[in-house]
Design a protein around this ligand. Sequence first.
Ligand code: ARG
Length: 466
Amino acid sequence: NEGSLWGGRFASGPSPELQALSRSTHFDWQLTPYDLAGSRAHANALHTAGLLTDVDHAELLRGLAVLGERYAAGDLHPAPTDEDVHGALERLLVDEVGSEVGGRIRAGRSRNDQIATLFRAYLLDHVRTIARQVLDLVDVLAAQAADHLAPGSESVMPGRTHLQHAQPVLLSHHLLAHAWPLLRDVARLDDWTRRVSAESPYGAGALAGSSLGLDPEQVAHELGFSGSSPNSIDGTAARDFVAEFAFVTAMIGVDVSRLAEEVILWSTREFDFVTLHDSWSTGSSIMPQKKNPDVAELARGKSGRLVGNLAGLMTTLKALPLAYNRDLQEDKEPVFDSVDTLEVLLPAFSGMVATLTFNVARMAELAPQGFSLATDVAEWLVREGVPFRDAHELAGACVRRCEELGCDLPDLTDEQLAAISPALRPDVRSVLTVEGSVASRSGRGGTAPARVREQLDEVRSVAADH
Ligand code: ARG
């Protein structure tokens, strides 16, 4: 088994079927830059520990640098017989510097501590990209919110619960309601980063640590971690950092899917709340008139895939005994897929949201429909001193009367109102407008224009802090 990392105790090489099953280079090759960085730090630790001469140390660093350049140039490839990225790179290093020097690099390390470290480094890099992309989406939502907050002509819409008309709200308020979960996702990524960047498992060896006097803290710091694993068994066996990453990426997918679903509904003929930009929608191969919200649908669909990646990973980890087991190799593909999925989805989704045109006239027309001002009647009565239980009944009676008459709440005459209750003086009309209704919800977090403007500033300042 020429070039393999193991073989001494085997009389024969691995069967082709085993090799095919075992091979991971087709997906872990992308970890090459991280593996090379780990080898560089490890060579330095070996040198510090007196296990490498100055000459051998320099030669190893030269060899690693050559491999790095070749990889960057697209000129470094694994062989079909290589089991994984670690084995392939050691073989290529030996090709470059010879087996006398190249054969020294593996002392005191194992693929188990290597992969646990490299995967952290890989994810730490991609978390930065994903957080940036999520913040771009927050920016786009904030920009749309700002565009619909012109003083005196703030856009309104029917706010819904159970998908039924509930109370009128500002469109900006609704859009910002999609920004907050995304900001929490970014906070989760920050929190994850703090934890994951604190621990480098390099130096844990296969599971028990090294007998060679190597300093894991030196390697950790060189790789940009603030410390090394306090427990070598945990360092090589733990994958909660992968699961947590998969959770946050799934949560981002789910958060995006909720807005995606609304965009899909809003762009139907029945809703007619938004028009998608031509560059961010697709046509049909048979129906010439079609304009489809494929970006939103793909976002909705891909959220299922992100959740599936999390579920698969958790299932792989469940009941796995300590320490390293080969099952753990299965942690990579789902998470690589989650990274790739979000990194193509988020920019497209942001582009679609940025170019949505809202049909504000239609939204304003629908905002008061479905008796969405009934709560305003009840709360007006409360301000008049009526207990809420009675106020709720009276406002309900107004709705019933409107249904009998086939009219809307503002259409009730003074006499009709007085007939329901003398408490319903003509003054109640002051709250029977959408503008009056939204303006009255002026507590913190409410839909009153001044509060939403305040909220927009808050979204922007939280986003700027990341
Ligand atoms: N490629 C493996 C992984 O991704 C690391 C190799 C560990 N292999 C082993 N036989 N201990 O987890």
